[in-house]
Ligand binder design. Structure first.
Ligand code: S3P
Length: 440
């Protein structure tokens, strides 16, 4: 079966309520924390995607029993030192940067050599950003081309706590160091540029010895040795990064309204809402609540009469890091020129996303000026595509696929978009939900 879809019709106006799948960052973290818990942890609404299955398979290989069915997942933790595995164990992280980076922190005290492999996309990504700080704890690494997967790591018995400055705004780097810090006798001190804080919130909820001071531009995190992690039952809220595609669909479709139920609106994740509100979009939260430290709400989006351009402040970047591809699409329909800067991190994702965002816009006939870390987008409120567009060879980046589908459904043209299977890594139900919205 050819792995592409053809789209040649714009969506008509809609007024719908949808539910989407569980948050990917929280799902993977739940699997990892539960695998070290003392006793049985149960989750509901765990994201059933390949990235999360890779995390489940990883902890199974480390000797942890997991039972997964349609409605819930049970992990039978054997305590903080409960992993059992042989020398030269190979863990396949598939497409998941979060799994690949976080698990290295968890395994910092591994007495056995562990090999980490991933798919073509993950094997191109930077793991030196993780091996550098983790080496300072005492672990030893060997990386392909000094920075990539496959890599091998052997932990140390005697670990040193470290002081670490995280200056990329990477939650994966920060989290890997938090996990490693939990294994040492001293205090690990992290000064981290702001980024998503699900790991810290879970540590707090579990009463682990972590102290966080939120400063204006960074967070200071102090971690001490963890002796025990309790089992963790968790009802995972929906993923705003998946919701973002349907938020964009609504913004780009005249006279439409969408409600997305029970979404995680942690302020370290809602950059897209801040940006779109500044661009004149009406977005409301309903049924707000706090669940285990995470804010959750239903999100209501009303398509705007016109879209304002934005000069996007860089301090929002890490809060919207996975949403820029769709934000660029919205800027393409704004009345004026939008500017996004200090976005070098975007080219470190599943594909070089700043380059791909730019390429998709250019194929759509949108004028842009791109540098190595910024993009200027010349918006056109009347943009309407009449030509053929093909999207392929983008390292099967799930978000490039879904962004292209949203563009095809809202701007017109005849699109052939390859690698449909890429959605399995983060949002397997994406096309099904889109078709439900299309149905009148
Ligand atoms: C994630 C952190 C972000 C994000 C990724 C998920 C996480 O990556 O892009 O999709 O779950 O910690 P970085 O930490 O590399 O910015």
């Amino acid at each position: 079966m050819p792995d592409f879809i053809i789209l040649k019709k714009k969506i008509s106006q809609f007024n719908k309520t949808i539910s989407i799948s569980g948050d990917k960052s929280i799902s993977i973290r739940w699997v990892l924390f539960a695998s070290l818990g003392s006793g049985i942890s149960t989750s509901k609404n765990l994201l059933m995607s390949e990235d999360v299955f890779a995390a489940i398979n990883a902890v199974k290989k480390l000797g942890i029993k997991v039972k997964l069915n349609k409605n819930e997942c049970k992990i039978y933790g054997r305590g903080i030192d409960g992993y059992t595995y042989k020398q030269n164990l190979s863990i396949d992280c598939k497409n998941s940067g979060t799994l690949g980076r976080l698990i290295l922190g968890l395994l910092i005290n591994s007495p056995n050599l562990i090999k980490l492999v991933g798919d073509k996309s993950l094997s191109k990504r930077d793991f030196k950003r993780i091996s550098d700080p983790l080496s300072r704890f005492g672990a030893k690494f060997k990386l392909n081309k000094f920075k990539n997967l496959p890599l091998s790591m052997i932990g140390a018995k005697k670990l040193k706590s470290i002081r670490y400055k995280e200056n990329k705004g990477s939650a994966q780097c920060k989290s890997a160091v938090i996990f490693a810090g939990m294994r040492t006798n001293g205090t690990t001190i992290i000064k981290a540029k702001k980024s998503r804080n699900h790991t810290e919130l879970l540590c707090k909820h579990l009463n682990l010895p972590i102290v966080i001071k939120n400063k204006k531009n960074y967070d200071e995190i102090k971690v001490n040795k963890v002796k025990k992690i309790q089992a963790l039952n968790y009802n995972i809220p929906s993923d705003i990064s998946s919701g973002a595609f349907f938020i964009a669909l609504t913004v780009l479709t005249d006279n439409s309204i969408l409600i997305i139920k029970n979404v995680n609106i942690n302020s370290s994740r809602t950059g897209i809402i801040t940006i779109l509100k500044r661009m004149g979009v009406k977005i409301y939260y309903k049924n707000k609540k706090v669940y285990k430290g995470e804010k959750v709400a239903d999100i209501k989006i009303v398509s705007p009469k016109s879209i304002k351009p934005i000069n996007c402040p860089s301090k929002i970047n890490s809060k919207a890091i996975d949403e820029f591809l769709v934000i660029f699409l919205i800027a393409a329909k704004a009345k004026g020129i939008s500017f996004f800067k200090n976005l070098a991190e975007l080219n470190h994702k599943e594909s070089p996303r700043l380059d791909w965002g730019n390429k998709i816009l250019n194929l759509m006939g949108v004028k842009t000026i791109k540098t190595k870390d910024s993009i200027k987008i010349y918006g056109n409120p009347n943009l309407n595509i009449n030509k053929k567009i093909e999207i392929k060879n983008y390292l099967k980046d799930h978000r490039v696929f879904m962004t292209s589908v949203i563009a095809a459904s809202t701007f017109g043209g005849k699109w052939k978009i390859f690698d449909k299977d890429s959605i399995k890594s983060s949002f397997p139900n994406f096309l099904k939900i889109l078709n439900e919205i299309k149905k009148q």
